[in-house]
Design a protein. Structure first.
Length: 167
């Protein structure tokens, strides 16, 4: 008898939950990605990387910092002393993925946190880790910044400091 009651309660809960989910409003459509602009130049890339490095240094984080063109090609790279070697490739990957997919890498991290987002991992060049952020000037995508060496959140904060220096 107890099993019948528990099973009935569980079934009712499942039906009510399903109805609530079915009635949820659809998520708003994401904003369109920025249009392509001129590629970030070397002076601008160095300025963004320097700001990211200064922010990381103030916080005691050793980082690898990459600036990529909208095509994902390398424009500039610098590495702080004592940065782990894996971060060299990871920072480049984050910048390339952000630029070529025209979205921050945090979007992929958030997306794969749900079962519905797992297919994103099959896309060539995706990296699902915070720390790849677009460089947008005048409303146009001019490149992306990629940082690695701390936690994902620290990488994102350092990159954001570099992006903010370009405004």
């Amino acid at each position: 008898m107890r099993k019948l009651i528990v099973t009935s309660v569980a079934l009712c809960a499942a039906v009510l939950t399903t109805q609530a989910i079915a009635q949820a409003p659809p998520a708003p459509a994401p904003a369109p990605p920025p249009a392509y602009g001129e590629t970030v130049n070397l002076e601008q890339a160095k300025k963004a990387a320097a700001a990211a490095q200064d922010f990381a240094a103030k916080n005691g984080w050793a980082m690898a910092i990459t600036v990529a063109a909208p095509s994902g090609d390398l424009v500039y790279f610098q590495k702080m002393d004592n940065t782990q070697f894996a971060s060299i490739v990871i920072a480049q990957h984050k910048a390339r993925a952000a630029a070529t997919f025209r979205r921050p890498t945090k979007v992929f991290e958030d997306r794969i946190a749900t079962a519905a987002g797992v297919p994103a991992l099959t896309l060539d060049g995706v990296i699902a880790s915070e720390g790849g952020i677009l460089l947008v000037m005048g409303g146009k995508l001019v490149g992306a910044l990629g940082c690695s060496g701390g936690t994902g959140q620290q990488d994102g904060q350092a990159c954001q400091a570099g992006v903010d220096a370009m405004k």
